[in-house]
Design a protein around this ligand. Structure first.
Ligand SMILES: Nc1nc2c(c(=O)[nH]1)N[C@H]1C(S)=C(S)[C@@H](COP(=O)(O)O)O[C@H]1N2
Ligand SMILES: [Mo]
Length: 319
């Protein structure tokens, strides 16, 4: 079984020790920074608006047992091409992202299209903490305690029409803050998409924080998507527009390299990327490049929850 369902016990008893250790260290570092006026080694670099505490209720139904990736790795080893293609670029440059004010427009095939401010999104549904496995298409992975709530809570607010078959996500373009926009590695804005049933699935998280705080800019502040059974590229960061549409959208990755990236992007160890194997992965923060690779699981370990969405589909063709 992949996703462990905890019995009703106190959170302190079920929390992987490392998570709390990491959090205590963070609080210590933040506390020291407050006292001395000196930024903690990594927290101060997280951006103009430093992450603030975000309280959430742990949802025991969505806690993987794997050891969480240390926070310092989660916030310093990133893909966010708007800030450059090196894993260290977002940590260095995303502080320039302007996250206030911010609105997300939800539009298209909905009865009540409208914009949502971040304060409103923070209050739209109860915030949950969930520990998800994340698997990048580049065969590395992390385990991250996210804070958010199901995207379905937002979508149901605007009442999708019967024509809403897909959902398209568009992310921010701030040319002054994003040096990556000057290169054409992909077609901007970074655009992603889900089928409506995927978007409404309870695992699909509208995400506002990680490790008990608001999102650092490099992780997609102020609001992003997290779809844990798909490759990380589906989890669009810094979202500004959500469009419900009738036709399957074309994603940025599909447009640039359709043979390498399909619309679905489901984690599948049996379907290799044309240039590398998807059968195994390197867990970031655990032993560096010498750590043994671990086996990649079908749907990233979430097969019990999502395999039924793809019944009858040829996943070799619809990758
Ligand atoms: N806007 C935007 N969102 C993005 C990306 C990006 O380049 N731009 N990269 C994706 C990829 S490839 C991955 S693996 C994840 C990484 O998320 P993380 O840095 O929070 O771990 O973000 C995804 N979302
Ligand atoms: Mo990725």
């Amino acid at each position: 079984m992949s996703v462990y369902r905890f019995p009703q016990v106190k959170p302190s008893e079920i929390t992987p020790q490392e998570l709390w250790q990491g959090r205590r260290q963070w609080i210590k570092a933040a506390g020291a920074a407050a006292l001395t006026g000196v930024a903690a080694p990594w927290s101060g670099l997280a951006g103009a608006a430093s992450p603030a505490t975000l309280s959430a209720t742990r949802n025991p139904a969505y806690m993987v047992m794997d050891t969480p990736t240390p926070e310092k790795d989660v916030i310093s080893y990133n893909n966010f091409y708007e800030f450059g293609t090196d894993k260290g670029d977002p940590f260095l440059y995303a502080k320039a992202l302007k996250t206030e004010p911010w609105t997300v427009s939800v539009e298209g095939e909905v009865a009540e299209p409208r914009k949502f401010g971040i304060d409103e999104l923070l209050k739209l549904a109860p915030l949950e903490e969930r520990i998800y496995r994340m698997r990048c298409v580049e065969a590395w992975s992390m385990v991250i305690p996210w804070v958010g709530y199901p995207l379905s809570a937002l979508l149901s607010r605007v009442q999708p029409t019967s024509k809403a078959k897909f959902v398209e996500f568009q992310t921010a373009m701030q040319p002054d803050a994003m040096p990556g926009l000057r290169s054409n590695v992909i077609d901007w804005p970074y655009t992603e998409g889900l089928r409506i049933d995927e978007a409404m699935h309870p695992l699909t998280l509208l995400t506002l924080g990680l490790y008990g705080k608001t999102l650092p800019n490099q992780n997609g502040a102020p609001v992003r998507l997290v779809v844990p059974w798909k490759y990380g590229l589906k989890s669009a960061k810094s979202i500004v527009r959500i469009r419900l549409v009738e036709k399957q959208p074309i994603t940025s990755w599909e447009r640039i390299a359709p043979r390498e990236y399909g619309f679905y992007g489901n984690v599948n160890p049996e379907v290799d990327h044309p240039r590398w194997s998807q059968g195994s992965e390197r867990r970031i923060g655990q032993g560096g490049v010498f750590a043994p690779r671990i086996k990649t699981l079908m749907f990233n370990g979430y097969a019990n929850e999502v395999a039924s969405l793809y019944q009858g589909m040829d996943l070799r063709k619809l990758y």
